[in-house]
Design a protein around this ligand. Structure first.
Ligand code: ZN
Ligand code: ZN
Length: 182
């Protein structure tokens, strides 16, 4: 590839001079793809397309580990907070959504996401604003458990009348928690 004079035979067999490149994880697979972070050779099965280009699984995992900076106890702390706040929200929802008839559904439409936002903020504050893997799932399960347990235990059969708007409330609340605590 220098500036020296080349012969015709070099052009006839250009590929022989280029070494074959193989995936670091699959020695049998030829590839030209490299992780754009650590420069490791990767095949299409090993590559993950990220917003900044192809990366190997190890680099993507390393970045996720850095993104999730919370401790192992954080999902449990979040679950406890979620259960308590969920119980309060549940009693309020069961008590009030039923008495407004059809308007209970409209109120639930706005009150659910609002309650979810408050609970998500409460959890974020209680875990020191750290991000933990599956934190949102733990909080949603605990919040719904607190909500329905408190409703059924405190109000008993009276909960039946407000069950549908409360379900709507619960869906809005859960999806907001899911999005806010990712
Ligand atoms: Zn890499
Ligand atoms: Zn591979």
């Amino acid at each position: 590839m220098g500036t020296s004079v080349t012969t015709d035979s070099n052009q006839a067999m250009p590929d022989n001079s280029a070494p074959m490149l193989y995936c670091a994880n699959h020695p049998g697979r030829e590839t030209l793809l490299r992780c754009n972070r650590c420069d490791k050779l990767i095949c299409y099965d090993c590559a993950i397309l990220t917003p900044v280009g192809y990366r190997c699984k190890e680099c993507v995992r390393g970045q996720q580990a850095k993104y999730y900076n919370g401790g192992v106890l954080d999902p449990l702390i979040g679950a406890v907070i979620g259960f308590i706040l969920g119980a309060l929200a549940g009693v309020a929802a069961f008590l009030f959504l039923g008495i407004f008839g059809i308007f209970g559904f409209f109120i639930a439409l706005f009150a659910g996401p609002a309650a979810g936002g408050i609970i998500a903020e409460g959890v974020r504050w209680s875990v020191g604003r750290r991000r933990a893997r599956y934190l949102n799932i733990f909080v949603i399960v605990a919040t719904l458990a607190g909500m329905f347990l408190a409703g059924f235990i405190l109000l008993g059969p009276r909960t039946i009348g407000s069950l549908l708007p409360v379900l709507l409330f619960a869906i809005g609340m859960a999806s907001t928690i899911y999005a806010r605590l990712q």
